[in-house]
Design a protein around this ligand. Structure first.
Ligand code: PHB
Length: 371
């Protein structure tokens, strides 16, 4: 059992351009508190993130790069000036508390719904319905068959990511994470079950991955890639509309191999779930597998605890661990791990619901509990 005093999770991380005070990353999580006409982050959002500034790095909830990118209600965007002003509240509050925060740049693609687009279809690499649910202003609805993007539209989305990265810089973020994961637009391009294109964006691994590298090349014009992370979920199966196919692991190996040339801040991976573990061709131990391929900083995520998080770093499979739900319920998660004390239990009923402070900024710290 790991000694409390020298837990790997609590050691600083200085690698490449990343300089983190510890190896506990707050994972990106949708919280749906931007319920204002502009969908801008507010003082309440700033308070939430600032409470969690003891994390080595905070990755913001996914923030849509355009109106077309939106697929959930009350999510703060990063494509208007009002939204940039909202995020300034967040970054300055996190920095005042000694934290660091990256913006997660997001396009949901076919996971959106016509209700967000005046009745028009959401866009995707191919016209294939994810057969999932979309959370619209009128509640949960079945997803629809999206419209396949034309090549000039793909180029426009690449530019939306570039502009969003520039906006993130203006808003005071320490960097950005490209959301290429969890069945959203970029993952839809990588996935054989979602991408049947026969042009330069479909077919080979190189073609399916093309949009990601075009985005990195565009973002590089406004932000050094040493401040850019990429998030991948290579073994997603049976969730967010994605079915893993035999060809997919090779596509992710191609992507990760190529990311070695990009000198990123980090690569952020999600571990395999139960459904993928039952598939013979799926990569089962994701960080362990890609650690052999990727030479840069690697963050892993997916159900880690204090114990298993320390172990994965000790084993050398990852440099840092992203924690999601534990950070929702424990603003002082770092302190609680340091002392190896009890954790607050999360209330899933308040994860997304628009209950303002409840289940958002009202989880007590250890100091508040013992006061
Ligand atoms: C969600 O809102 O449920 C959500 C958003 C982004 C993710 C995963 C889940 O990457």
């Amino acid at each position: 059992m790991t000694q409390i005093e020298n837990q790997p999770l609590l050691q600083p991380l200085q690698k490449g351009a990343l300089d983190l005070k510890n190896r506990m990353v707050m994972a990106p999580m949708t919280r749906s508190r931007a319920n204002n006409p502009e969908n801008a982050a507010t003082d309440l959002v700033a308070e939430y993130y600032a409470q969690r500034a003891s994390a080595g790095l905070i990755i913001s909830e996914g923030t849509p790069v355009s109106k077309q990118a939106v697929g959930y209600i009350n999510v703060p965007g990063i494509y208007t000036q009002a939204q940039v002003e909202g995020w300034k509240l967040v970054t300055s509050a996190v920095h005042a508390n000694g934290g660091k925060i990256f913006a997660q740049l997001w396009h949901v693609g076919r996971m959106s719904h016509p209700d967000f687009h005046n009745g028009e279809l959401p866009v995707a690499p191919s016209a294939i319905n994810p057969n999932d649910k979309s959370y619209t202003p009128q509640g949960f609805k079945d997803t629809v068959t999206p419209r396949a993007l034309e090549v000039p539209e793909i180029k426009a989305i690449v530019q939306d990511f570039r502009k969003a990265a520039a906006n993130a810089v203006e808003a005071g973020f320490d960097g950005v994470e490209i959301h290429a994961s969890n069945g959203y637009l970029l993952h839809q391009f990588f996935s054989s079950s979602a991408n049947t294109r026969t042009d330069a964006y479909g077919g080979s691994a190189e073609n399916k991955a093309r949009i990601l590298f075009e985005i990195l090349d565009a973002v590089k014009e406004v932000l050094d890639l040493s401040k850019v992370g990429v998030r991948l979920n290579p073994s997603l199966h049976g969730g967010f509309g994605i079915e893993l196919s035999q060809a997919d692991p090779e596509t992710f190996e191609y992507i990760v191999q190529k990311l070695n040339d990009y000198n990123l801040a980090y690569l952020h991976l999600t571990e395999a779930g139960a459904a993928a573990r039952a598939l013979p061709f799926a990569i089962k131990e994701v960080a362990q597998h890609f650690r052999k391929i990727y030479q840069g900083t690697l963050i892993t995520n997916g159900g880690y605890t204090r114990e298993s998080g320390n172990k994965v770093i000790e084993a050398g499979y990852a440099d840092a661990v992203a924690f999601g739900v534990p950070f929702i319920a424990n603003p002082d998660l770092v302190e609680r791990f340091a002392q190896n004390t009890n954790l607050n239990q999360p209330d899933p009923n308040t994860f997304y619901s628009n209950t303002a402070e409840k289940g958002y900024t009202d989880y007590p710290t250890l100091a508040q509990v013992t006061a």
